[in-house]
Ligand binder design. Structure first.
Ligand code: UD1
Length: 430
């Protein structure tokens, strides 16, 4: 089983290029199957979650061609079944976008219930509510979502909870429904806007994405398009946190600084210097970071997907920080791992209280999920001595060339597959 081994202590410095947004890509690639024309998507991050989705699309007969540099061509005209039940789909969260896409195109979808990170109960009732509102009959049977309709008709849908997944899934299905669909209390995340823009480039008529009311005028069919995915806000934020934790000086390129405002302002608050350019953010770490309070919220609030990485930074910030997780109920499993490295963190329900320590020490720790794994790497790069992060498959679900990019910033880190390589790394990096 692969592990990351690192020797902490090097302040990261230099420039790093961020890939396309994984969570936008999942919605966009699913949307690409909704036409029988070829669709070309650029800036697709080649991470495990995307590979699983592409394999699932191939499995139902879709033609998928991956070209170097993150370009993916999808031809949905060859799809021959609307049942998606394979090993790939069970492993990722965003697989549920195939329900919205297949329902919108073929009025029928049978898709295995989603997997993804184990960060609490992750119901899909709002997705189902939306599909039913536009006329689909939806059932859960034998671990699958079954959605069928003879006609999809636009409707007025109020989401009880702000859900990224439900907003995107309903947009997908409703883009080809008859008449107008209104989604109220919609999620406003940049990737919701990106999926809407991509569907519009295929001929859909979606307005208001990025606000909490989205209006969709259904069209009879979608056509081929070429589209470039926005940069990944969470990957960018992760490198920003790594710069802060290691007291480094890192310029994160190919970003949209506006999407990073909540992250930049929290880093400023704890003492980092942030310099924004048109498509880059430079983070200059400081020797003394201060504590702060954070509450995760839907966009434009502080993202739940940055909570573990921020906690790793706050573990080294002077004073007591209070982190409140308001999106997922079980997103502190990584805290025990951070404590193994000498952090002083106590969790009470949805709140983590972090008393900053002056240093962390390397340890063998687990990547308990995708973003928690990134947090362990950040902590390991800032810690004294060697850290070994286990179960890095979680990390590789969402970060493209993570190790190589960190090496490019001067980190002593390697991916190893056995004990011999681990020892070799330790002998080489002393
Ligand atoms: C997406 C992201 C994930 C991110 C999350 C919040 C993908 C593949 N994943 O997940 O990385 O952490 O947004 O930004 O894009 N909820 C319900 N019923 C539903 C749907 C959601 O109660 O039908 C609840 C969830 O349990 C959670 C909250 O709503 O408490 C937000 O979840 P949601 O925005 O839907 O997250 P995902 O789309 O699963």
């Amino acid at each position: 089983m692969s592990q990351y081994v690192m020797k902490g202590g090097n302040p990261l410095s230099g420039e790093v290029l961020v890939a396309g947004a994984k969570n936008a890509a999942l919605g966009i690639l699913a949307g690409a199957i909704m036409t029988n024309d070829p669709v070309t998507i650029e800036n697709v991050p080649m991470v495990q979650d995307i590979e699983f989705l592409l394999d699932a699309i191939r499995d139902i007969g879709g033609t998928v061609e991956c070209r170097p540099g993150g370009t993916v061509m999808i031809d949905g005209s060859t799809i021959r079944k609307t049942m998606v039940n394979n090993d790939y789909i069970q492993k990722l969260r965003g697989g549920y976008y195939l329900v919205g896409a297949l329902l919108g195109k073929y009025h029928h979808a049978e898709v295995d219930l989603p997997g993804g990170c184990n960060i609490g109960s992750r119901p899909i009732d709002q997705h189902i509510k939306g599909f039913r509102a536009i006329g689909a009959d939806v059932k859960i049977r034998n671990g699958m979502i079954l959605a069928h309709s003879s006609r999809l008709v636009g409707a007025h849908i109020y989401l009880d909870i702000v859900s990224v997944g439900a907003t995107i899934n309903i947009m997908l299905a409703a883009s080809t429904a008859e008449g107008k669909t209104i989604i109220e209390n919609a999620a406003k995340e940049p990737h919701v806007v990106d999926v809407a823009n991509m569907l519009n480039s295929m001929g859909a008529n979606i307005k208001g994405a990025g606000t909490d009311v989205i209006r969709i005028n259904g069209v009879t069919s979608l056509h081929g398009a070429e589209y470039t995915i926005i940069p990944d806000q969470i990957e960018a934020g992760t490198f920003m946190m790594a710069a802060a934790a290691t007291k480094g000086d890192v310029t994160v390129r190919n970003v949209i600084p506006k999407h990073l405002e909540s992250i930049s302002s929290k880093l400023r608050e704890i003492g980092c210097e942030i310099v924004e350019d048109d498509d880059a953010v430079r983070v200059i770490g400081r020797n003394h970071l201060h504590s702060t309070h954070i509450k995760t919220l839907p966009y434009p609030g502080f993202p739940t997907d940055m909570q573990p990485q921020m906690a790793a930074v706050l573990a080294l910030a002077e004073g007591t920080s209070v982190v409140t997780e308001s999106i997922f109920e079980n997103r502190y499993k990584y805290v025990d791992e951070l404590v193994r490295m000498g952090a002083n963190v106590k969790v009470e329900g949805s709140v983590a209280i972090i008393d900053g320590v002056s240093s962390l020490s390397g340890a063998k720790v687990l990547a308990t999920d995708l973003r928690a794994g990134a947090a362990m790497v950040i902590a390991g790069l800032a810690a004294d001595g060697y850290t070994v992060v286990d179960e890095v498959a979680h990390i590789e679900r969402g970060y493209e060339n993570f190790v190589e990019k960190l090496q490019g910033l001067g980190a002593d880190i390697a991916r190893v597959d056995n004990e011999r390589d681990l020892q070799k790394f330790k002998m080489r990096v002393v």
